[in-house]
Design a protein around this ligand. Structure first.
Ligand SMILES: Nc1ncnc2c1ncn2[C@@H]1O[C@H](COP(=O)(O)OP(=O)(O)OP(=O)(O)O)[C@@H](O)[C@H]1O
Length: 268
């Protein structure tokens, strides 16, 4: 049976100055050490990038924070709440949400329907979870979803089928979905991948608007121009370990970082 998600189970604390605090985190897959004794924090309001060559462990960090996998060792706090052993589906109640490299919107549904499906994570009872939204005229979630779309400049797409929309618009709708779920810490996995320059600009503006609303972003991104334009702090991983941390301008001069990227097509 699908468990109901109580919106009051854990209230994200406004007290912690850290949106995310990871300490001593390790994870192996069949003997391969993907993450090794990793510690870093994301202060509230400080847009942070997690960078590193292919296979460095960036997506694994997202999977561990969102609870797709359990850690072998270490501790993860979101907004001051220990989520280390918390089931994945409950972690949204602490304020963390993520977007994926491959957009997980349902292509055959409308934009609004996709957002309403996403909002079901906020359902506080089984009844609310299974109430078909069409049966509830003027439903609050529907209104909130339309408002969020308008606010993001995407209002005209509300009733369009997702499959018919350009990729850049779908990516931004995925962002609206994550914020509607009540997140104040958004983990974005390669948000700019596959976007053309004008779509990238629209995404950047969208992210800056979220930052201005107080949402903290943790971004995995290979496009360093994009990272430079929105991120104040950068954490660099290599073979699952943190090898550098700080502003991109400083980090990219670090010999360890330069060495990590040698032989790859990427640049830090
Ligand atoms: N489910 C899994 N099973 C086995 N190995 C895994 C699994 N997930 C990740 N790994 C391994 O963990 C290491 C880190 O992978 P991860 O995908 O986190 O790297 P990444 O930095 O996100 O790479 P990329 O930039 O290519 O997406 C790799 O060696 C990868 O093969």
């Amino acid at each position: 049976m699908t468990a109901a998600i109580s919106s009051t189970a854990v209230s994200p604390t406004a007290i912690s100055p850290k949106a995310l605090a990871i300490s001593g985190m390790s994870k192996s897959f069949a003997g391969v050490r993907a993450i090794r004794d990793l510690s870093f924090t994301v202060p509230k309001g400080v847009t942070t990038a997690l960078i590193g060559p292919n296979g460095a462990g960036k997506t694994t960090v997202f999977n561990l924070v969102s609870g797709v996998y359990g850690v072998d060792a270490g501790r993860i706090e979101v907004n001051g709440v220990d989520v280390t052993r918390m089931p994945s589906r409950r972690r949204i109640t602490t304020g963390v949400a993520r977007s994926f490299q491959n957009i997980r919107l349902m292509a055959h549904l409308s934009v609004l329907e996709n957002l309403l499906v996403g909002q079901h994570v906020r359902a506080s009872s089984l009844g609310a979870l299974f109430t078909p939204y069409r049966l509830v005229p003027g439903h609050r979630w529907k209104r909130e979803a339309r408002e969020a779309l308008e606010e993001s400049g995407l209002g005209r797409y509300a009733d369009e089928t997702v499959a018919a929309l350009p990729y850049g618009v779908r990516k931004r709708i995925d962002l609206v979905r994550a914020t509607l779920a009540g997140a104040n810490l958004l983990m974005l996995d390669e948000p700019a991948a596959g976007l053309n320059p004008s779509e990238t600009n629209a995404l950047r503006d969208h992210l800056k608007a979220l930052m201005a609303k107080g949402i903290t972003l943790l971004v995995v991104e290979h496009d360093m121009h994009f990272v430079e334009s929105i991120c104040e702090n950068v954490v660099v991983l290599n073979f699952g370990e943190k090898i550098a941390e700080g502003p991109l301008s400083r980090v990219r001069q670090d010999p360890k970082v330069r060495e990590a990227y040698i032989g790859t097509d990427e640049e830090a």
